[in-house]
Design a protein around this ligand. Sequence first.
Ligand code: PLP
Length: 379
Amino acid sequence: MGKVDGLGFSTRLRIDLAAIRANYRLIADRVAPAECTAVVKANAYGLGVGKVVPALYREGCRTFFVAQLCEAFDVRDAAGPGSSIFILNGLDPGCEEICAEQGFVPVLNSVSQITRWRSLARAQGRMLPAALQVDSGMSRLGLDWAATADLAADPGASRDILFQLIMTHLACADTPDACANAAQLDLFAAACRLFPGVPASIANSGGVFLQPGFHQGAVRPGIALYGSAPNAFASDVRPVVRLDARIIQIREIGAGRGVGYGLDYVAPGTRRIATVGIGYGDGWPRSLGGRGAVWFDGHRLPVVGRISMDSLAIDITALGADTLREGDMVELLGPSQSLEDVAQDAGAISYEILTRLGARHQRVYVDGDHEDILAPGAY
Ligand SMILES: *Cc1c(COP(=O)(O)O)cnc(C)c1O
C-alpha cells in the first residue's frame, strides 16, 4: 500500500501478451504435428509466469519447462488442468520425494539421478515419470553415449521409469550453417533408436527455425515466444516488450564539463544533457556506458558517461529546446530499438538483456484492449 498509482516510478515495462500468444501460434503451426511446449524458466525469462503461463495455456500449450524444482510451483499455479511441468536441471539429491509427490517430471541428466529416481520408484512400488536427456555434443547436461546404451540395455530401467520424453540440446541453433547441428541430430537419432516409442525433442527456438527434421515429437522454444528472433529464419517473431524511462532532470553544460562517475564524458562544446531514471539497478547493463542510446520520436539520443545505479545521462542537444521535458518518457526497448540492438551495444545477448530487467519497473501487461498495471515490485 501507499503506492501512487501511475506516478512515482521511473520506468515502465510493457509486455504484450497477445504477441506472446501469436508467437506461440506461429511456432505451433510451423512444427505441427510436433507438440509445441514452452520454456518458462527464470520466471518466463523475467516476464512473469503468473501472466505468461495462462496466456500460453489459452493458446493450447500444455507442457512447460522450468530449470529448477522451486520454479515449478508457480508455473503449476498459473497453468490450467492437464499441464505437465518438466525440470530441466534435473533432480538435486534429496529432492526425489517432493518431485514425485508434486507430480513434476524431472529431466534425468546423469546416471546418479537415474539411480535415485529408480530407488524411489521401487520404494513406492510404482513407475515414476521422467524425461531422459542425452548429451549429443554440447557437454552440458545429459548422459554420454556409453551411459545411454547401458541404460537402454537394462530392462529394469523401463520397469521403474516411464520415459515420457527423450531430449537433447543444440549448441549452435543460432547459427543455421554450423556443422554441429547436423552432427548432433545424427547422434541424437541413434540414441532415440534405443528408446523406441518415446517422443523425442531437440529444438529450442533456434531449432524450430531450422529444417523440419529438427522438430521431431516436441519443440522447446523460449526466447522466440518472448519476442527475440533466434536466427535469420525467424523474422516473423513479433516483439513483446517495450521499456520506457522518465527524464528526471535536464541541464545545459559548457565545453570541458564532465558527466557522471569518473567524469568519463567531457563535453566538447555546449551540450544539453538529460538524466534518465534508469540504471543498472533496473537491469540496464553498465556496459552501455558511453555506447548505448535511448530514443525519442525517431531521434537517437546517445548515452554519455557511465551508467549509475538509478540513472544514466543522454545527450539531447540534437532535439529542439523544449522537445523533451522533465517527466517525459524515452524509449529504451521498442519499435526504435530492439532487444538485439541493445544486446549488440552491450556485448550481451537478447536473453541476458531480458532476464536482467527484474522487478523494479511498473509493469503493464497488455492483451488486445485489456491492460493490467502492476506497481514496481508487485509482479
Ligand atoms: C533454455 C532452454 C531452452 C529454450 O531455449 P531458447 O533458446 O530460449 O528457445 C530449450 N531447451 C533447453 C534444454 C533449455 O535449457
